[in-house]
Design a protein around this ligand. Sequence first.
Ligand code: PBG
Ligand code: ZN
Length: 318
Amino acid sequence: MRLRRLRKSPEVRSVFSETEVRKGKLIMPMFVDENISKQEEIKNMPDIFRLPLNEITAKAKEYEDIGIKSILLFGVPGHKDSTGSASYDRNGVIQKAVREIKKETNLVVFADLCLCEYTDHGHCGIVKGKSIDNDSTLDTYAKIASSYAEAGVDGVAPSGMMDGQVGRIRKELDSRGYEDTLILAYSAKFASSMYAPFREAVFSTPSFGDRRTYQMPYNNAREAIREMELDIEEGADAIMVKPALFYLDLIREARNRFMLPIAAYSVSAEYSIIMSAARNGIINLDSVVDESLSSIFRAGADIVISYFTEYILKKEGN
Ligand code: PBG
Ligand code: ZN
């Protein structure tokens, strides 16, 4: 047997290729910031910007024109307080952005649902004493979910890793007539150093402690499966593994075990590391982007949230 027969030319390799980077399955994150009046490039994430409300829809249209199908929105509010009250304001930054983008485009719009961008302490939940209180946080998540749904979001993506968040949000959405609003659950979300550029971008670094009492230890794979099982029981429409590249084993495990769609989030520092190495002439950007995304799809992801989405679609067209 000569396996090299399968590799003898680009055409033959292409015919036998098992995995492709599926462009329609990429979700582009977008940052909308209420405090700025023109776009600002995010430090350590070249070509990724925070956009003001008056530029977000034009950018979303541009994305639609190059063939992007879906976006994931993150908001930076004008006002932060201890309970993150701007998060469920009917006229909050996400609510406004969603309303306009849904009116002007056919993009599938997801909104990250969490408190860390909205609280003055930067934690993902309500602080009681020195800890993050699970159950009172769920009350706030429920309010955020229905205000995003009211604005017309296709799906909410709860990322706070509170126990019971998916079930609580599903119940709230259903009771308010938003049965069709999807839940894309950040199920196996690890306490990772790979979120650093993101936290700088949205000013959500915790002012005390860290997120390790709610996000998962990266040492634990079985616990990650339990997190996914719970979210499925609670009614998640799709589950997510995050980060992606260091956690390909869990993407594969999720694919083998579960029948619902599996998303993977290739996070901010995955982008920064690749960009920085490419700009320093260490690696070739095009080929590493393709290799990294192919790996995530090969591991079994159906959907990949990637900061390279725009880059890829611009490079290759639709
Ligand atoms: C909010 C949230 C974070 C990310 C997505 N949603 C940051 C965090 O948990 O600290 C990280 C995304 C990235 O690094 O690209 N909870
Ligand atoms: Zn958070």
